[in-house]
Design a protein around this ligand. Structure first.
Ligand code: HXC
Length: 520
C-alpha cells in the first residue's frame, strides 16, 4: 500500500477548500437562486465561455469585516467569481457576482477581485465582461464597500475606448451596481429578473410616495425601450449569453486591433434588381430600412443594437465581404425616420464606439430632418443633435453612406455627409437633398408672390414643382462632388464592398489634444 505523505494531505486540503469555494453561499442559497429561475455565478460563467477554459482567480479571498455580524457570513471567494478564459477561442476576462453570498453585495474584497482582473484585461488588451447580480454596496461595510465601487468606476472609465466592456444584468443591480454597467459599452438584461436602478421601489415610495414594481422601475423592458440604459433585452439567461457571444464576434480585442474577418462573400459582385422596389413611389410613404440593410449585408444577418430604443434610427453590426461594419440608418417606418433627441444620442454613441474600435461605418440615409417642437427644443435637441454631428465629424474610421431617399437640412449634414469627411457618399436616383422640403421652401421664398396671387394654390403647385425639378434630386449634389456617384439600387452591395476594400488602409489623424469636449 502506498504511503500517504504529508504533502498528499495538503493536496487533499486544497481539494476540500476548492469544493467549499465552489459552493459560494451554500446549497440552500443555490437552491433559492435556482427557484428564482436564475443560474449561479459559476453556472453562468460555464455557460458563457468555451468549455473548460475558465481559470478562476482569488477563489480563497475572504472579507475582513466583523461589523453587524459579517464575521458569521464569511464565504471563500466572497460575493464574486473572477477569472479569464476564452469565447470562440478568443481571450476574455469575466467576473460574475454571486448572489448566494450576501446577495452578491459588493464588499471591499469583492471590489479588489474585480479590479484585479480589470487591470489584467486592460494590460493584456482583452474584453472585460461583467455578469451582474447584486444588491449593491455591502451595507454593513460602510465606506469600505462604497470606495470599492469608485475603484471599479475609475477602471471602467480608463478602459473605455481601449478594450470592449460588456455588462449583463441577470438579477438586481441596485445602487452602485447600476453605475458600472452604465459606464460600459454594452448593457444586456434578462427579462423578469434583471433589474437596474439607483434607488429601489421602497426608497422611492418613502421619498416621493410613488408606488412602482421592481420590474416596471428597472426591468429589461423599461431600460431597453424607455431609458436606453440597456442595449439588449433577452428572454432568458441562455439567450443573453448568445447575445454576448454574437456581439463579441463583431468586436476587436482592443483598440489596436481590427475585428475578426469573417468568410469572404462569393456574391460580392452580384446585383439585387428588386432592391429598388422597396422604395415607394410616394415620397411620404414609409418602408422598412432594415429590409434594405438585410439585402445588402453578408447572409442577410444584421445584429441590431438598441433595437427597442429610439427606433426611428437603426444601429447595429453586420459583415460585408467578411468585414465587420457598424450600420447606422434612419428608419422611415418609425416617425418617418426623423432625428429626435434619443435617436441622435443613440446613433452618436454607436458611431463613437465604432470609431474607437476601428469598425467602419456604413450609413443609410432617409431622414426628413430634426424633430420640430417646443418639447424637443426645450429638452435640448440642439445639444443632443450636436452629439451626432460631433461623433461623425470626429470619426476617422472608413465612412461610407448611401442616400436612399430624403436628406434634408441639418439632418443631411449630420448623417456622414461629405462635409463631415464622409469618405464615399453614394445616392440612389430617388435621393432628395435640400435645405428643406419643397412645400416649406416655397412658402418662405415665395411668400410675397403667393400673397398677391389670384390663384395662390395653382401658383403654389407650380412653384413646388419648379423647386422639386431644380433642387430635389441627387444630381445637384453630385455636380458639386458632395455625392461621389449616383448608383442604381441594385448595385449597392457591390459598390459598398468595393468602397470598404478601397478604404482598408485608411489613415486619418486628428490634431493632438487631451480629449475633445463633446456637448454632453
Ligand atoms: C448587504 C445585502 C445587500 C446589501 C442584499 N443583501 N443586498 N446585504 N448589503 N447591499 C442581503 C440581504 O439582506 C439578504 O440577506 C440576502 O442579501 C439576499 O437578499 P434578499 O433581500 O433576500 O433577496 P431579494 O428578495 O431577491 O431582494 C434583492 C434586493 C434586496 C432587491 C437586492 O436585497 C435589496 O433591496 N437590497 C438592498 C439594495 C440597496 O438598497 N442597495 C443599495 C446599496 S447602496 P439574508 O441573510 O437576510 O438572506 C449603494 C450605493 C453605492 O450601492 C452608490 C455608488 C454610486
Amino acid at each position: 500500500m502506498a504511503v500517504r505523505r504529508k504533502n498528499d494531505e495538503k493536496r487533499d486540503y486544497l481539494q476540500k477548500k476548492r469544493q467549499e469555494s465552489q459552493l459560494g453561499g451554500g446549497n440552500r442559497r443555490i437552491e433559492a437562486q435556482h427557484k428564482k429561475g436564475k443560474l449561479t455565478a459559476r453556472e453562468r460563467i460555464a455557460s458563457l465561455l468555451d468549455d473548460g477554459t475558465f481559470e478562476e482567480l482569488d477563489s480563497f479571498a475572504l472579507h475582513q469585516s466583523t461589523e453587524f455580524g459579517l464575521d458569521k457570513q464569511r464565504f471563500l471567494g466572497d460575493s464574486v467569481v473572477t477569472g479569464f478564459g476564452t469565447i470562440d477561442g478568443r481571450r476574455i476576462f469575466v467576473y460574475a457576482q454571486d448572489f448566494t453570498v450576501v446577495g452578491g453585495s459588493l464588499s471591499l474584497v469583492a471590489a479588489q477581485k474585480i479590479t484585479k482582473i480589470m487591470d489584467l484585461a486592460l494590460n493584456t488588451g482583452a474584453p472585460m465582461i461583467g455578469l451582474i447580480d447584486s444588491g449593491g454596496a455591502r451595507i454593513q461595510e460602510g465606506i469600505d464597500s462604497l470606495s470599492g465601487y469608485s475603484d471599479i468606476f475609475l477602471r471602467n472609465v480608463r478602459a473605455s475606448g481601449v478594450i470592449p466592456q460588456i455588462s449583463a444584468v441577470f438579477g438586481p443591480a441596485a445602487g452602485g451596481a447600476s453605475y458600472s454597467p452604465a459606464l460600459t459599452d454594452f448593457v444586456l438584461m434578462v427579462r423578469g429578473t434583471g433589474q437596474l436602478y439607483i434607488t429601489g421601489p421602497d426608497v422611492i415610495k418613502a421619498v416621493t410616495g410613488e408606488e412602482i414594481t421592481h420590474e416596471d422601475l428597472g426591468g429589461a423592458e423599461s431600460h431597453a425601450s424607455k431609458s436606453g440604459v440597456a442595449h439588449f433585452a433577452a428572454e432568458s439567461e441562455e439567450e443573453c449569453m448568445d447575445q454576448i457571444r454574437r456581439l463579441l464576434s463583431f468586436l476587436p480585442q482592443n483598440n489596436m486591433e481590427e475585428s475578426p474577418r469573417g468568410q469572404g462573400a462569393d456574391d460580392q459582385d452580384s446585383t439585387d434588381q428588386t432592391l429598388a422596389d422597396l422604395i415607394p413611389d410616394n415620397p411620404n410613404q414609409a418602408y422598412d430600412m432594415t429590409e434594405i440593410i438585410r439585402r445588402i449585408v453578408d447572409g442577410g444577418e444584421f445584429f441590431q443594437v438598441h433595437e427597442l430604443y429610439a427606433r426611428n434610427v437603426v444601429v447595429g453590426y453586420a459583415r460585408m465581404d467578411g468585414r465587420a461594419v457598424g450600420i447606422v440608418a434612419n428608419q422611415p417606418e418609425v416617425m418617418a425616420g426623423v432625428l429626435d433627441i434619443n435617436a441622435s444620442a443613440k446613433a452618436a454613441r454607436f458611431v463613437r464606439f465604432c470609431d474607437a474600435f476601428n469598425i467602419p461605418i456604413v450609413t443609410l440615409i432617409d431622414v426628413p430632418g430634426f424633430m420640430p417642437g417646443s418639447s424637443q427644443e426645450h429638452s435640448g435637441i440642439i445639444r443632443h443633435g450636436a452629439k451626432l454631428i460631433y461623433a461623425y465629424a470626429e470619426a476617422t474610421v472608413p465612412k461610407i453612406s448611401v442616400l436612399t431617399r430624403k436628406a434634408y437640412g441639418g439632418a443631411y449634414i449630420v448623417m456622414s455627409s461629405k462635409g463631415l469627411k464622409g469618405d464615399i457618399n453614394y445616392a440612389w436616383p430617388t435621393g432628395e437633398l435640400a435645405v428643406m422640403g419643397a412645400g416649406g421652401a416655397v412658402n418662405i421664398i415665395h411668400r410675397n408672390q403667393l400673397k398677391d396671387a389670384d390663384d395662390p394654390e395653382q401658383l403654389r403647385a407650380e412653384l413646388v414643382k419648379e423647386y422639386e425639378d431644380r433642387l430635389i434630386n441627387p444630381y445637384v449634389a453630385a455636380g458639386r462632388g458632395l455625392i461621389d456617384d449616383v448608383i442604381d439600387p441594385s448595385e449597392t452591395r457591390q459598390k459598398v464592398i468595393r468602397a470598404l476594400a478601397m478604404l482598408d488602409n485608411k489613415r486619418e489623424v486628428l490634431p493632438p489634444k487631451k480629449h475633445g469636449s463633446i456637448p454632453l
